[in-house]
Write a protein that binds this ligand. Structure first.
Ligand code: GLP
Length: 270
């Protein structure tokens, strides 16, 4: 795993946007895996800015989101489809028909998972998957004890996740307890993974992900097994890592190697 520690949230968003930009420039018809939650909003804002000011184009790209609440209409303010339209898709040039979010209103929700898997396969798989992380180590809505070999399916949310996400819902508003989420195996099949986490509230989950044992109790820990995962975090989220200094040292070495031997991995203008 590559662990990049930057001073603050905004710096992680700029660095994440660099990685997305390089992906889009190297393969304009790439497939992006996208995440919701408060963490990637700054990344999406930076991508919108680059689209408007630097001509970064998504016109040939496709996207697949990680998850959606069961029972919420796509226009519901808390649905993840609405979130993605509002926070990103409505402001860039990706064709809306090339954007995919699991259907939380599928007539038969048990069939939605396999159907979503088939669409990802037809698209040729995910080139770059963006992930956030829950305070309990979940990715997508793969809660602790989710099968590490799971596929897109329905998950029952834990009390902790429901509480963590209740801040987005109005007081008294019904909050779904079920979601449809890409499985852990589905996520692991992405060619490249970029996990973003900021703030002290994520420090424990990040320590378990990077330095703990691989266990279904911390679903993100499976990323230790992935060939090309970057954990992009701020100082606060890094605060419980034991080998922080080593990760900083590795980054310096790695940056020098990329500048010398693979400058095409740098965003335009650097
Ligand atoms: C939800 C989403 C996850 C996201 C997590 C953390 O549970 N399903 O994909 O990573 O929230 O959200 P936040 O970034 O707001 O902390």
């Amino acid at each position: 795993m590559e662990v990049l520690i930057l001073p603050h949230h905004d710096a992680t968003a700029v660095r994440a946007a660099d990685i997305v930009e390089v992906q889009l420039r190297q393969k304009p018809s790439c497939t992006l895996g996208l995440a919701t939650g408060s963490t990637p909003i700054a990344l999406y804002n930076e991508l919108i800015r680059r689209h408007r000011s630097n001509g970064l184009s998504f016109s040939q790209a496709a996207s697949f989101n990680l998850d959606e609440y069961i029972g919420l209409d796509p226009t519901h303010p808390q649905s993840y489809r609405r979130f993605m339209n509002d926070k990103l898709f409505d402001h860039i040039d990706i064709p809306i028909t090339a954007t995919h979010v699991p259907n939380g209103l599928a007539e038969n929700p048990l069939e939605e998972g396999p159907a979503y898997e088939a669409k990802i396969r037809e698209a040729g798989g995910i080139d770059l998957q963006i992930l956030g992380i829950g305070s309990d180590g979940h990715i997508g809505f793969n809660e602790p004890t989710s099968s590490l070999g799971s596929r897109t399916r329905i998950k029952t949310l834990t009390e902790q996740t429901i509480t963590d996400n209740s801040r987005f819902f109005e007081a008294g508003e019904a909050q779904p307890h079920l979601a449809i989420t890409m499985g852990i195996k589905t996520i692991m099949e992405s060619k490249r993974i970029l996990l973003l986490a900021t703030g002290e509230g994520k420090a424990e989950a990040i320590a378990a992900t990077v330095e703990g044992a691989i266990t279904a109790m911390c679903p993100a820990s499976i990323l230790q097994w992935h060939e090309k995962t970057t954990i992009l975090i701020d100082e606060a989220a890094a605060s419980k890592l034991q080998k922080r200094d080593y990760y900083q040292w590795v980054s310096t070495q790695q940056d020098a190697l990329v500048r010398k031997y693979r400058p095409s991995d740098l965003p335009e203008g650097l």
